[in-house]
Design a protein around this ligand. Structure first.
Ligand code: ADP
Ligand code: MG
Length: 204
C-alpha cells in the first residue's frame, strides 16, 4: 500500500519530526548563512534549539495520536524558540494537530487538510501572503502538492523556497532591508522545505 492511501499513526509523526530535527541539524549552518544575508543570523540556531526540544519531549513522553504529536511539538517550538519562526512553526503544527483531533490514524488527505488549516493560521499570525518572501512561499505550494504525494510536496516546497530569491521581502526582519533583500533565498522558506523533505523521507 502506498503512503497516499496509508493510515499514518502517531509513530509515523514522531518519525517525521525526528527526521526533520536531523535535517535541521545537518543544514543549520546553511540556514544561519541565509539568515545572515537578510536577517540576524540566528535561524539555524533557532531551528536547532526548537527541534532538539521537540525530539526530547517525544522521547520523554511519546504522545499517542498524530494530533497529540503535532500539538506537543508545536508547544515546544513556541516555548523554546525566541525568534519569529518559533511561534510561526509552533502555530503551524499546533493548528494542524488540533484539526486532526484524537484520531489514532489519519490519511495523507487528512494531514493535508490539517496542514492547510495550519498554514492559514500562520498567515493570520504573521500577516504574510504568498510573494512576501517568507516560509509561506514554501508552505502553500507544499501543502497543495501533498494532495499528489509527499514527494511532490517536498519538490514543491523546494521550488517555493528557490522562488523567494528574486522576491522583495514584505514581512519579517528581511523587510527592513527593502530592495537589498532581493537576490537572497528566504531562510524560513528554506527550513520549511526541510520539513517537507523529512516528511517525504519517512513516507518512502
Ligand atoms: P527572526 O526573524 O526573529 O530572527 P528566524 O530567523 O528564526 O526569526 O526566522 C526568520 C524566518 O521567519 C524568515 O526567513 C521568514 O521565513 C519567517 N518569518 C518572519 N516573519 C514572518 C511573518 N510575519 N510571516 C511568515 N513568516 C515569517
Ligand atoms: Mg533570524
Amino acid at each position: 500500500m502506498g503512503v497516499v492511501e496509508a493510515a499514518l499513526d502517531g509513530g509515523f509523526f514522531v518519525r517525521w519530526l525526528t527526521a526533520a530535527a536531523g535535517l535541521v541539524e545537518r543544514e543549520a549552518d546553511r540556514l544561519t548563512e541565509l539568515d545572515s544575508a537578510i536577517g540576524d543570523a540566528d535561524h539555524g540556531a533557532n531551528m536547532q534549539r526548537g527541534f532538539a526540544a521537540v525530539v526530547k519531549a517525544m522521547d520523554a513522553e511519546p504522545p499517542g495520536t498524530p494530533g497529540a504529536v503535532l500539538v506537543a511539538a508545536g508547544r515546544q517550538l513556541i516555548s523554546t524558540v525566541g525568534g519569529a519562526s518559533g511561534p510561526l512553526y509552533g502555530t503551524l503544527l499546533r493548528r494542524a494537530g488540533k484539526s486532526l483531533g484524537e484520531a489514532p490514524q489519519v490519511s495523507v488527505a487528512q494531514l493535508q487538510e490539517g496542514l492547510r488549516a495550519g498554514v492559514d493560521s500562520v498567515r493570520t499570525l504573521g500577516g504574510a501572503a504568498p510573494g512576501d518572501k517568507t516560509m509561506v512561499d514554501a508552505l502553500v505550494p507544499a501543502v497543495e502538492a501533498l494532495g499528489d504525494s509527499p514527494d511532490a510536496a517536498a519538490a514543491a516546497a523546494e521550488e517555493g523556497a528557490r522562488a523567494t530569491v528574486p522576491m522583495l521581502a514584505k514581512k519579517g526582519r528581511a523587510s527592513y532591508l527593502g530592495e537589498r533583500s532581493i537576490g537572497h533565498q528566504d531562510p524560513g522558506a528554506t527550513s520549511s522545505a526541510l520539513l517537507f523533505a523529512a516528511l517525504a523521507e519517512v513516507a518512502r
